[in-house]
Design a protein around this ligand. Structure first.
Ligand code: ATP
Length: 320
C-alpha cells in the first residue's frame, strides 16, 4: 500500500498515467501542491498540463496512479462541487446568455443561494472589470473579455482549490497585470494552480512551481529554490579584469564559478547564522572592485526562464 498524501497538500498526484489511444500524455506524474500556495505548472506544448487539470477536475479518468483532491480522494462532485473550480483552456460559455445570466447560472450550479449568488456576481464583475458589460450577451464580447468572464466564474463562491489554464492568455497588458495581482493576493486564502507559458508571470505570481515535460515532473519546488535564489548570486562583469583568485580567497569556502562566454560569475553559498547572502555578495564585490572589475549587474539566482531553458532534454528512450 502506498503512503498517504501529505496532510498539508491541497492536491497530490502519484505516478499518474494517462493514455489517449497510443499517445502517452501522462507518464508517471508526481505532484504535491501545498495548501494555500499559488502553484505554477510549466511545460512545453503537449507536456500534459491540460490533461492534468482535466483529471483533477474529474473530466477525465487517469489510467494509472492516485489522485487526491483536498485530502479527500479523487474528484467526486458530491464532495468537491463548489470547492474545486477551474478555468479551462477553452472555456465554453453560453453564448446567448448575458454575462450576468451566465455567472448567475454558474453560481447556482455551485450550490449558492439566490441572494448569495447576486452578491457574488457583483463582486466578480467588479473584479474582472466587466460591470459595464454585465447585460451584454456573451457572444458580443471580445476574446479577452470572454477570458475574464471565465476567470471570474472560477472565483465565484469561496473555492478552496482553483485551477487556471493559461489565465492571462489573450488579455491586454493592463488586464493581465490586474489578474496577476489578484491571483498573487489569494496566497494563503486558497490554493491556486496556474498553467502558463509566460515564465515571467509564473515567477511573479507563484510561490511554487513544477516544470513538466512529456507527462513527467522534471523539477519542482519553491520558486526561490528552483531558480537558485536561495543559494546563488550572479554577478555580470563588463569587459575588463576578472580577479578570480582574489575573489575566491574572499569567499571563505563558498564557491565562485566563472562563465567566460556570458561574463557571469556565479557565487554558490549556504546561508549560515551571521553570514547571509548579502555578506557573501559584499565580500565578492569588494574583492572584484579592488581588482579593477567593472560590475554590470548583480542578481539573486536566475530567472525561471533561464532555469527552464537550461533543463536537460529527456533522453530519447523516455520518449512516450
Ligand atoms: P499546451 O501547452 O499545448 O496546451 P499541454 O501541456 O496542455 O499542452 P495536453 O493538452 O495535456 O498538453 O496534451 C498532452 C498530450 O496528449 C499531447 O501529446 C496531446 O497531443 C495529447 N492529447 C491531448 N488531448 C487529446 C485528445 N483528446 N486525444 C488525443 N490526444 C490528446
Amino acid at each position: 500500500m502506498s503512503a498517504p498524501a501529505p496532510a498539508d497538500a491541497a492536491l497530490s498526484l502519484r505516478a499518474v498515467g494517462k493514455n489517449y489511444g497510443r499517445i502517452r500524455a501522462l507518464d508517471g506524474l508526481d505532484l504535491v501542491v501545498p495548501r494555500g500556495s499559488v502553484f505554477g505548472l510549466v511545460g512545453p506544448n503537449g507536456a500534459g498540463k491540460t490533461t492534468t487539470f482535466s483529471i483533477v477536475c474529474g473530466w477525465l479518468r487517469a489510467n494509472r496512479g492516485e489522485v487526491d483532491v483536498l485530502g479527500e480522494g479523487a474528484f467526486d462532485p458530491a464532495r468537491h462541487r463548489g470547492r474545486v473550480t477551474a478555468l479551462p483552456q477553452d472555456s465554453a460559455l453560453g453564448r446567448d446568455m448575458t454575462v450576468v445570466e451566465q455567472l448567475t447560472h454558474l453560481g447556482r450550479l455551485q450550490g449558492l443561494g439566490a441572494r448569495e449568488t447576486r452578491e457574488e456576481v457583483e463582486r466578480i464583475l467588479a473584479l474582472v472589470d466587466l460591470t459595464d458589460r454585465a447585460r451584454d450577451r456573451v457572444r458580443t464580447l471580445s476574446h479577452g473579455m470572454l477570458r475574464r468572464v471565465g476567470i471570474g466564474q472560477a472565483f465565484l463562491g469561496d473555492p478552496e482549490l482553483v485551477l487556471l489554464d493559461e489565465p492571462t492568455n489573450g488579455l491586454d497588458p493592463r488586464q493581465a497585470h490586474t489578474i496577476r495581482e489578484f491571483i498573487a493576493a489569494q496566497r494563503g486564502t486558497r490554493t491556486i494552480v496556474v498553467s502558463s507559458h509566460n515564465l515571467h508571470e509564473i515567477e511573479t505570481v507563484c510561490d511554487h512551481v513544477a516544470l513538466i515535460d512529456r507527462g513527467r515532473v522534471v523539477m519542482a519546488g519553491p520558486v526561490s529554490a528552483v531558480t537558485g535564489r536561495d543559494d546563488e548570486v550572479r554577478i555580470t562583469l563588463a569587459e575588463g579584469p576578472v580577479p578570480l583568485t582574489e575573489t575566491r580567497a574572499a569567499l571563505a569556502g563558498d564557491t565562485a564559478e566563472w562563465d567566460e562566454a556570458d561574463r557571469v560569475l556565479t557565487l554558490r553559498f549556504q546561508e549560515k547564522p551571521g553570514r547571509a547572502a548579502e555578506d557573501v555578495t559584499g565580500a565578492a564585490l569588494r574583492a572584484l572592485l579592488a581588482g579593477g572589475a567593472r560590475v554590470s549587474s548583480v542578481a539573486r539566482g536566475q530567472s525561471l526562464e533561464r532555469t527552464y531553458l537550461e533543463l536537460p532534454a529527456l533522453p530519447p528512450e523516455q520518449k512516450p
